[in-house]
Design a protein around this ligand. Structure first.
Ligand code: CIR
Length: 263
């Protein structure tokens, strides 16, 4: 399946920011009231960055009752021709999944989790032959086991992590921009966690937010304003584009949260 398994990122499924964005769940970074208009502007810049790297951006209308609806990464995990639709780990968000499932049903076999199992797509990182799956406040063991069962059917292993209480999701502190490479935030993950990786690029803890990246080959998109990380990425051979993410950071969301790649 292009998009996940070969990182081509042909089609990004996204959703417009909810008019109730000010009510988005925020537990880590929040310093002020989230701003709907600013988020809409930032989202347009994000879409432009994806398009500039060759993705087709599909944008669904906002879900008025779901302030976090623009974080589509959490609402589906694509496994070849199957879309695993999780029970989202925060009760205010679980209803987002219906509209995503309806949209994906035209092209994918929809697989739903049993009641009691929860998982956010933000706890799932694709790495070559395996998915890295975080057990977190959003993803429970039953949810991770359900995903493991389906990942195995397409030849993928799952490696579980305990997401520390210092962060929301695994993707908040970790990404895999190219085969063999993991970018990880110091202070959240350990060398032992990532011993399988050929290369780990460690991001200083104070810039940990910038460990969430999206790459197209050696062309990397990262959050604006993280100079030490930018240098580390340049030194690792990436060319860099940045997107101003501070409005999304307010509600604990990173670059990858704003899309799910479906082709
Ligand atoms: C939430 O708490 O669910 C949203 N405010 C942020 C979701 C971020 N999503 C992600 O990391 N994949």
């Amino acid at each position: 399946m292009p998009g996940t398994f070969d990182r081509t990122r042909g089609k990004a499924l996204t959703r417009e920011v909810s008019p109730r964005y000010a009510e988005a769940v925020s537990s880590f970074f929040n310093t002020r009231m989230p701003d709907y208009e600013a988020a809409r502007g930032a989202q347009q810049a994000y879409f432009a960055a994806l398009r500039a790297h060759g993705s087709e951006v599909i944008t669904l209308p906002p879900l008025e009752d779901f302030p976090d609806c623009s974080f589509t990464e959490d609402t589906a995990v694509i496994l070849e021709d199957k879309a695993v639709i999780p029970n989202l780990g925060h009760p205010s968000r679980d209803g987002e999944k219906e509209s995503i499932a309806d949209f994906l049903a035209d092209d994918f076999e929809i697989t739903r989790m049993p009641a009691g199992a929860t998982l956010d797509g933000g706890d799932v990182v694709f790495y070559d032959d395996r998915f890295l799956v975080g057990l977190s406040t959003r993803t429970n063991r039953e949810g991770a086991d359900f995903l493991t069962e389906h990942a195995k059917e397409v030849g993928m292993e799952v490696q579980l992590f305990s997401v520390p209480a210092s962060t929301l999701h695994l993707t908040t502190v970790c990404s895999s921009p190219r085969p063999g490479t993991v970018v990880a935030a110091e202070g959240h993950l350990t060398e032992a966690d990532l011993s399988f990786a050929e290369e780990v690029i460690w991001i200083p803890e104070e810039e940990g937010y910038a460990a969430n990246t999206i790459a197209y080959g050696d062309r990397l998109i990262m959050a604006e304003g993280y100079q030490r990380t930018r240098k580390l990425m340049l030194d690792a051979g990436f060319s860099i584009s940045t997107v101003e993410m501070s409005e999304f950071r307010e509600v604990d969301a990173s670059l990858t949260c704003l899309s799910v790649f479906i082709g």
